[in-house]
Design a protein around this ligand. Structure first.
Ligand code: P6P
Length: 351
């Protein structure tokens, strides 16, 4: 029961009030979610003044995908790892910023949960002051004692116990689910608390916004090309052409579509033949959130949450958002799947 004594409910209060919903409610998951929110506040403080302190630009290192790490990528990763290590409920982390899983020692090694996360998603936007985000996914360990193992991480997305993101935008919001709906909290800097601002979030069944990097169009699978072309026809009765909105931060594009309705697509491309986004710490958490909000997430053919992970950094295509839009995009993918195997773009020598 939410306390009625004032007109705001903090994240901490909400987590405690909802704790009874957790199937194995002993407070550990509540504590873990609170640990994440503390790190989010610290990262938010640095993101908001990034231009004023020497935390912009390249860190001079690369992550496993060979992407140059921004100073804020490394900072954010350190903050979330420190918060999770000290909280004691998490036995280890799979992070986009670390090649291997990070296992905690001491009392944390007996933590009953593991976390997969992208500590700062959309980092190419940091230096140009465009919104970025953090994405996290929480599982219960499969192993019962000793250090966590890779198998503890390679679980189906449908086995997540919680998932969420923080979007550092015009305001900073934390949105999460523990499998009982989706709730959004806005950070009130004057009191340093995330406060419930978007209770029981539901994504509209349909929408007329699509988010895709149109610059990759020539390399898209035929089904994606045909689907997008169909969104661009002049058909006022069906509110077409639809609106293209692409921020370049999954968290921001997803959050807008969650509120307004829409679809985000990152399919296979020439440079990303398996897709660009990572299953464990981008696609799975966002898929849990969108399904809990009444939406859908697939790789164009299968539910994201039913993909068997084989590597903590594996990539997959992502079609996510309003269920009617994802269903329609899948119809095109199925109809033109054979053509997907044949390049349909004209190479320069043929032009
Ligand atoms: P592109 C950011 O690097 C990210 O992982 C997502 O947040 C974002 O939607 C996508 O990649 C952007 O990729 O190739 O369009 O720049």
């Amino acid at each position: 029961m939410i306390r009625p004594h004032r007109n705001l409910v903090t994240l901490g209060e909400f987590i405690i009030d909802k704790q009874a919903d957790f199937p194995y409610a002993k407070g550990e998951l509540s504590s873990l979610l609170s640990d994440i929110s503390i790190a989010a506040k610290i990262v938010n403080r640095e993101v908001n003044k990034a231009g004023l302190v020497n935390i912009l630009g390249e860190a001079g290192s690369e992550n496993i995908q060979g992407e140059s790490q921004k100073k804020l990528d490394v900072f954010a990763n350190e903050q979330f790892l420190a918060a999770l290590a000290s909280g004691g409920e998490c036995a280890g982390v799979a992070s986009e910023e670390n090649d291997e899983i990070i296992l905690f020692d001491g009392n944390a090694s007996s933590g009953r949960y593991i976390v997969a996360m992208d500590p700062l998603d959309g980092s190419s936007n940091i230096d140009v002051n465009v919104s970025v985000g953090t994405i996290f996914s929480i599982y219960r360990r499969k192993t019962k004692n000793g250090p966590a193992t890779v198998d503890d991480f390679l679980q189906y997305g449908s086995d997540q116990v919680a998932a969420g993101y923080i979007v550092y935008g015009s305001s900073t919001m934390l949105v999460y689910t523990t499998g009982n709906g989706v709730n959004g909290f806005t950070l009130d800097p004057s009191i340093g608390e995330f406060c419930l601002s978007h209770p029981d979030m539901r994504i509209p069944k349909g929408g007329n916004i699509y988010s895709v990097n149109q610059g990759n169009f020539v390399h898209f699978p035929e089904g994606v090309k045909r689907y997008i072309k169909n969104l661009q026809i002049d058909d006022k009765a069906n509110k077409k052409p639809y609106t293209l909105r692409y921020i370049g931060s999954l968290v921001s594009d997803f959050h807008r579509n969650l509120i307004k309705g829409g679809i985000y697509i990152y399919p296979t491309t020439l440079s990303s033949p398996k897709g660009k986004l990572r299953l464990m710490y981008e696609c799975n958490p966002m898929a849990m959130i969108v399904e809990q909000a009444g939406g859908k997430a697939t790789d164009g053919f299968r539910d994201i949450l039913e993909i068997q992970p084989t590597d903590i950094h594996q990539r997959c295509s992502l079609f996510i958002g309003s269920s009617a839009m994802v269903d329609e995009s899948m119809d095109y993918m199925k109809q033109y799947s054979d053509a997907n195997l044949q390049p349909t773009y004209v190479t320069s020598k043929e032009s």
